[in-house]
Ligand binder design. Structure first.
Ligand SMILES: [Ca+2]
Ligand SMILES: [Ca+2]
Length: 297
């Protein structure tokens, strides 16, 4: 019972996506900056204040306990020989001679045979999940491509069809993309089995998060195909849609901090939270656990 209660609490924490920002609030944020944020909202450049340091002047008891708990989990994990550092992955560039993938949820395009593949594993333990997910990544001079091949048992839990709905409350795949690697501001995209899309911009101080759901990156293409053994997501993300990039398009060797996730709820009381780079707890917004995507040749 204790385990179940803990997981329910974790799921509730994951469902709480942080304080909402909106365009009106953006306009009244006038505090001085500590770092520039190039925010691509409706083509304008908008500056955010620097979020407070997560463990600033007053380290609360709950923070201290949280740090100790995370250290304990990390040490236990490392004793099992699990990776100490966030993962890194080299994303191959699609050869110019290969046709671009058609964004339709069918991953049989020749382009995907040039992609790099990685599994999503239990984000707290890196144990293999009941229902596997294979992530695929690829890029060309205009776009980053991602695909999720999600095994499922036919019990797909998704009802939301409205753009920017709280898709994480059902089954979903998620992409967190921090183009400049500051681990404080990043994009969050979600796609559910009904091909409903969520896009938002996050500011994360470590102890508090702000969510700008009004961000709508209309040029991102996404498609889902379901079949008897699961569902597949195929995405094309134009580089021109992203702010805070070191370069557009990237050059070989450029690095973005990223993570990729899935929430499966075949057992509604025990959601299965999986990630590419392990977060060592059930918090998907632990930015220091974001892995590194290296743009390869
Ligand atoms: Ca396709
Ligand atoms: Ca949005």
């Amino acid at each position: 019972m204790l385990v179940r209660s803990h997981q329910q609490a974790d799921a509730a924490q994951e469902s709480k996506k942080g304080e909402e920002l909106n365009e009106g609030l953006l306009r009244i944020i006038t505090r001085p900056l500590r770092f520039p944020v190039d925010f691509p909202y409706n083509g304008r450049r908008t500056a955010f204040p620097s979020p407070p340091h997560p463990y600033g002047k007053s380290l609360s008891v709950s923070h201290a306990l949280g740090i100790v708990a995370r250290l304990a989990v990390g040490i236990a994990a490392r004793a099992d020989g699990l990776p100490k550092e966030p993962l890194s992955i080299v994303c191959p560039r699609l050869p110019a001679s290969v046709p671009l993938p058609v964004i339709d949820g069918d991953l049989s395009d020749p382009a995907w045979s040039h992609a790099v593949h990685a599994p999503l594993l239990n984000t707290a333990t890196t144990q293999s999940p009941v229902l596997p997910t294979r992530l695929s990544l690829l890029w060309d001079d205009a776009n980053l491509y991602a695909a999720f091949d999600c095994a499922d048992d036919g019990n797909v839990n998704a009802t939301m069809t409205q753009h920017d709905a709280n898709l994480w409350e059902e089954e979903v795949v998620e992409l967190f993309i921090d183009t400049d690697g500051n681990l404080r501001t990043y994009y969050e995209f979600q796609v559910n089995p009904l091909n409903t899309f969520f896009d938002a911009y996050l500011i994360n101080s470590g102890s508090k998060r702000w969510l700008l759901r009004d961000l709508d990156l209309d040029e991102i293409e996404h498609a889902v195909a379901t079949h008897e053994k699961g569902w597949r997501v195929e995405m094309k993300m134009p580089f021109e849609e992203f702010g805070e990039c070191p370069r557009i398009p990237p050059v070989v060797g450029d690095k973005w901090r990223v993570n990729f996730y899935r929430i499966d709820r075949n057992d509604p009381k025990r959601p299965e939270l999986t990630s590419w780079s392990p977060t060592w707890n059930r918090n998907y917004h632990r930015t220091e656990a974001f892995g590194t995507l290296v743009f390869g040749d």
